[in-house]
Write a protein that binds this ligand. Structure first.
Ligand SMILES: [Zn+2]
Length: 288
């Protein structure tokens, strides 16, 4: 079985991206796994701090491990946006394959300090745990938005600076970096998000020499994805779009069968809806 590090670096060589999808329930986990399995591509399951609190840190670690072993399948688990050392430590101790240290709102120095502390802990864990850092603010919530989140600036000078990014990677020894390149968390209501700055993706990928991660992928156009992946993005995060698909499918199932009380019956359409969205995304990210 390939490690996550091998998987991501292989994606870098092939100029494709590994899909990262968030869950807070078993239906989404199965939907995502089935989609990946049907295409025979690796996949990363993400859980934010809030999602971890709901599902249980150890339970989700064991659930993903259980699928990996039962199906002998490259499915990995990532601690999505984590804001403190204690919660990074908790995820590493529970057996996660990677963690995201989110110091994007901190000063450059504070971000370096927190990230370095987490990298040191990961290296001392005795397992191969990847650490991703965030440089540049892209908002925090995965929902449908009426406008671009407060604090997110899309002008060139607010995007991640390639020289600063290189310095950051050298100071922290981080494995992967999530830059601000015109992306933001969540998606705009009814439409397509503003275009990504592909030139900046390319510059940051070249200056840092490590795989880059695109957050807030929900709402971006296929052309944007294609170019971003061709220029250094090796993991793409999708959350809002699968939340929406799940919610709508379950709502419809309950409206059509108001007397149904078996959760495995009224939640199944939710699982299938997640599977459908994920399959579509994975085809695209993997050039299939
Ligand atoms: Zn994110």
């Amino acid at each position: 079985m390939k490690t996550l590090k091998q998987t991501v670096w292989e994606a870098r060589e092939k100029k494709v991206a590994v899909g990262h999808f968030n869950i807070s329930n078993l239906e989404a986990l199965w939907g995502i796994f089935r989609a990946a399995q049907s295409l025979n591509v690796p996949v990363i399951i993400g859980v934010s701090e809030g999602e971890r609190d709901f599902v249980g840190v150890k339970l989700v670690a064991n659930a993903v491990k259980s699928i990996r072993e039962e199906f002998d399948y490259p499915i990995y688990l990532n601690a999505d946006h984590t804001y403190s050392f204690d919660r990074v430590k908790e995820a590493i101790d529970a057996g996660f394959d990677s963690v995201i240290v989110d110091g994007a709102k901190l000063s450059f120095e504070e971000n370096v300090k927190l990230t370095k502390q987490c990298v040191d802990y990961a290296r001392a864990s005795g397992r191969e745990v990847l650490v991703e850092a965030e440089l540049g603010y892209i908002g925090q919530s995965s929902k449908v938005l009426d406008e671009i989140p407060e604090g997110v600036m899309l002008d060139e000078s607010s995007l991640t600076d390639p020289v600063k990014a290189k310095e950051f990677v050298e100071l922290t020894g981080v494995d992967m970096l999530a830059p601000a390149v015109g992306n933001f968390h969540g998606m705009l209501r009814g439409g397509v998000d503003p275009k990504l700055n592909i030139e900046r993706v390319k510059q940051v990928a070249e200056s840092t020499g490590i795989p880059l991660v695109l957050h807030g992928g929900s709402g971006n156009s296929e052309d944007d994805f294609k170019q971003a992946i061709a220029n250094g993005i090796n993991i793409v995060h999708i959350n809002t779009e699968i939340r929406l698909a799940f919610r709508d499918a379950v709502k419809k199932a309950l409206q059509e069968n108001p007397d149904e009380v078996a959760p495995y019956k009224f939640l199944k359409p939710g699982m299938l809806a997640v599977q459908e969205v994920v399959e579509k995304k994975l085809r695209f990210f993997n050039n299939l």
